[in-house]
Design a protein around this ligand. Sequence first.
Ligand SMILES: Cc1ncc(COP(=O)(O)O)c(C=O)c1O
Length: 435
Amino acid sequence: MANTPICDTVIKEQCRKLGINNIGKSTIREIVGLVNCIEKETGEKFVRMEMGVPSLKPPKVGTEAEIKALNDGVAAIYPMVDGVPELKKEASRFVKNFIGVDISPECCIPTVGSMQGGYATFLTCSNLDPQKDTALFIDPGFPVQKQQFNVMGHKYESFDVYDYRGEKLRDKLESYLSKGNINSIIYSNPNNPSWICFTDDELKIIAEVADKYDAIVIEDLAYFRMDFRDDTYHPGFPPYQASVANYTDNYILMISGSKAFSYAGQRVAVVAISDKVFHRSYPNLQKRFGRDQFGATFVMRIIYALSSGVCHSAQYGLAAMLKAANDGTFNFIKDIEEYGKRAEKMKKLFVDAGFNIVYDKDIDKDLADGFYFTITYKDWTGDKLLEELLHYGISAITLDNTGSKKYGLRACVSQITPDKMELLEKRLEIYKQNH
Ligand SMILES: Cc1ncc(COP(=O)(O)O)c(C=O)c1O
């Protein structure tokens, strides 16, 4: 048996120091902390697949607009809570150009990342109607969103969509929504962690069930336009980002600057609320927050209380990138296609080393190569596999943490720049020899 790059004692010792009893149940940030400590202790660099940090440069059109805004003095001025008009206008154009739907600038609200966008959306939706006190996640999903529910003390239910693709999704959704307690349906598309992409038929089913039971669909588009199987950049023309917004008026879209625009550090996103939901009145919102309209509550009660708006210059940065994308002068998709290329190579390396891809199909189509993929080894649990891979200097998160019922890990490709592929290959070779 060949020596592993990281020895068991170091892993155990660092887990003990950080108070980690079960690696498989750790949050993404806890794994990040653990790997940082092991790297420091051993001097060995990890192949880091645990966190979706964009490794591409932020677009100049964004950073230059921010610099200009700062030179113009915005740092001294509180931004309006509902966002700067330039960003609202460009966000509205963006959803028209790249999804094909109409949302007024008024209903496009900047948030401190989709993290805050989600928190504010979940909080508002959880208080629309006392009878509807539960959100429904179509899992697997982004683990920290459940943490947000735990922090808020609001309820959620979830199911793993693996066995319920296509028409089967309808009955599964019905089984939850017919109970009458569901206020919203939440999912990401493309999906973090599995990278499944719902088909238009599935999005239509979600829309129809949501309409039937008057629930709001919260569509998290953190990986906007990152299904690279489609022909890509044609502002104003199809193919568009697939979206439930084409099939219902009961929706909220979360569009993050972090991944599609490599702007994670600036913590800026837009929540685009359908005009219908934005203007709708809910007596319980009046009771709970003192405003009855969804949009007014979201902006003037929730976002105001959480952060009083979004960093002024970051809004100008995102506005400039969206404007350039809308005007046809910035093909943002071309840059991020790099992630698809990395995924293709990495999946092959893992499969050659004896791993299997867990979520591998969109019904009858092979899954796209994108920001994440999922792996399993033999019949091992995610905990066991993660612990083992740490010995080979490879980090990831368990699917357990994402609401998946499948064994395995989520692998994120973003930090595996082309120069790190060789290291991954070498480590997987040792893994293969040893198993
Ligand atoms: C599905 C999903 N939603 C939301 C977010 C958070 O996005 P942001 O960086 O805009 O807060 C992420 C980030 O990884 C994500 O994967």
